[in-house]
Design a protein around this ligand. Structure first.
Ligand code: FO1
Length: 308
C-alpha cells in the first residue's frame, strides 16, 4: 500500500523515542501521527505530578527541550531547587523553574478530575504541537526495578541511585488499562513504530497495558533498535540485556524481546548481520540533531512501506 495517507502510531519513552517522534512530526501531517508515551516513570515530587517521558516528548516536539541533557527545558534555571535545598527538602530529582509550570498545570488539573490525557493535550497545544501526544494510561502504573538492594521505583533507581544497582527484574504496579484514545489510535493505525527506547522500562509498560496487545494484532509494527554497535545510545540498556535475559546487547536481543510483534527493524549500519526473525533495514540511527531525526523518520516510513 502507499503510505501517502497512512496513519502512524509511535510508541515512545524519553530521549531516543522523543527524537524519532520529532522527525515523524516534521514528516507527517499532524492528524496522521499519534504518539503513545510511557507513564511508568511518573512520580509525585514536591507534591507535584511529574510525567518525565511525556514532558520530554512535549519539550522535544515543541522545540523547547534541552538537547544536550535530554530532559527538561533549554536555558532552564534551578532557583527553586536551590531554595528547596536551603529548606532541607528533597533535592535528588531536579525540577527546573520553567519545568515547574508544567507540573503545576498538570497537578492542578488532575486535582480537579481532569484526565492526564486531557491536560497533556492542553500542554501540547500551549507548545504549538499538532500531533496527538497520548499518555499510555490515565490511571497510575508504576515501573518497579528489582535490584540486589531491593525493589526501587524507577526514578529512585535511575536518578537517585544513578542506575547502579544491578537489575534483577522489572515489574509494573497497577493494572491501569490503556486509555480509550490510545486504543482508538491503534485501531486506526496503518503502521505502528516502536522508537529507539529501552524495551524493558519504556516500551513494555505500554505493551503490557490491558488492551494493547489485542489492538496490535495484525498491525504492521516496525522498531528502531536502541542498541548501536553493542552499546546503548543513552541509559543503562546495554547492561540490562545481559542481566535480564543473558544475551549480548544487540538488535537481535531487541527482536527476540518483541517476539512475534515486529514486521521489521531498523538498525545502525554494520549491525544488520546480527538480526534474524524479521526484515532488517540499516540506517544512521543515532539522531545527533533535528535533521538526523527527520532523516531517520523518512527512512523508517520508507522501509515500512516496503513491508506493507
Ligand atoms: N534525569 C536525571 O538524570 N536527573 C534528574 O534530576 C532529572 C529530573 C527530571 C525532571 C523532570 C523530568 O521531566 C525529567 C527529569 N529527568 C531527570 C529525566 C528522567 O529521569 C528520565 O530521563 C526518564 O524518566 C527516562 O526516560
Amino acid at each position: 500500500m502507499s503510505f501517502a495517507h497512512a496513519r502512524v502510531v509511535a510508541l515512545s519513552g524519553g530521549v531516543g523515542g522523543a527524537r524519532l517522534l520529532y522527525g515523524l512530526s516534521r514528516v507527517l501531517a499532524p492528524e496522521r501521527l499519534a504518539c503513545v508515551v510511557n507513564t511508568g516513570d511518573d512520580l509525585v515530587h514536591w507534591g507535584l505530578h511529574v510525567s518525565p517521558d511525556v514532558d520530554t516528548v512535549l519539550y522535544t516536539l515543541g522545540d523547547v527541550g534541552d538537547e544536550a541533557r535530554g530532559w527538561g527545558l533549554a536555558g532552564e534555571t534551578f532557583r527553586a531547587l536551590a531554595m528547596m535545598r536551603r529548606y532541607g527538602g528533597d533535592d535528588w530529582f531536579a525540577l527546573g523553574d520553567g519545568d515547574l509550570a508544567t507540573h503545576l498545570v498538570r497537578t492542578e488539573a488532575l486535582g480537579r478530575g481532569e484526565s492526564l490525557t486531557r491536560v497533556t493535550a492542553r500542554l501540547a497545544r500551549g507548545l504549538g504541537i499538532g500531533a496527538r501526544i497520548l499518555p499510555m494510561a490515565d490511571a497510575p502504573c508504576r515501573t518497579m526495578i528489582a535490584t540486589d538492594e531491593g525493589a526501587l521505583p524507577f526514578q529512585r533507581w535511575f536518578v537517585a541511585r544513578r542506575a547502579e544497582p544491578r537489575v534483577r527484574g522489572v515489574s509494573f504496579e497497577g493494572d491501569a488499562p490503556a486509555t480509550p484514545e490510545v486504543l482508538a489510535a491503534l485501531a486506526e493505525a496503518d503502521l505502528v513504530v516502536i522508537g529507539p527506547s529501552n524495551p524493558y522500562v519504556s516500551i513494555d509498560p505500554i505493551l503490557t497495558r490491558p488492551g494493547v496487545r489485542e489492538a496490535l494484532a495484525g498491525k504492521l509494527v516496525v522498531a528502531v533498535s536502541p542498541i548501536v554497535g553493542g552499546k546503548a545510545v543513552k541509559g543503562p540498556l546495554a547492561t540490562m540485556i545481559p542481566d535480564l535475559v543473558g544475551l549480548a546487547p544487540g538488535p537481535d536481543a531487541i527482536v527476540r524481546h518483541y517476539a512475534g510483534l515486529l514486521g521489521g527493524i531498523v538498525v545502525e549500519h554494520g549491525d544488520e548481520g546480527e538480526v534474524t526473525g524479521c526484515a532488517v533495514h540499516a540506517a544512521r540511527t543515532v539522531m545527533g540533531d533535528r535533521d538526523g531525526s527527520v532523516r531517520l523518520a523518512r527512512e523508517v516510513l520508507a522501509f515500512a512501506e516496503t513491508l506493507a
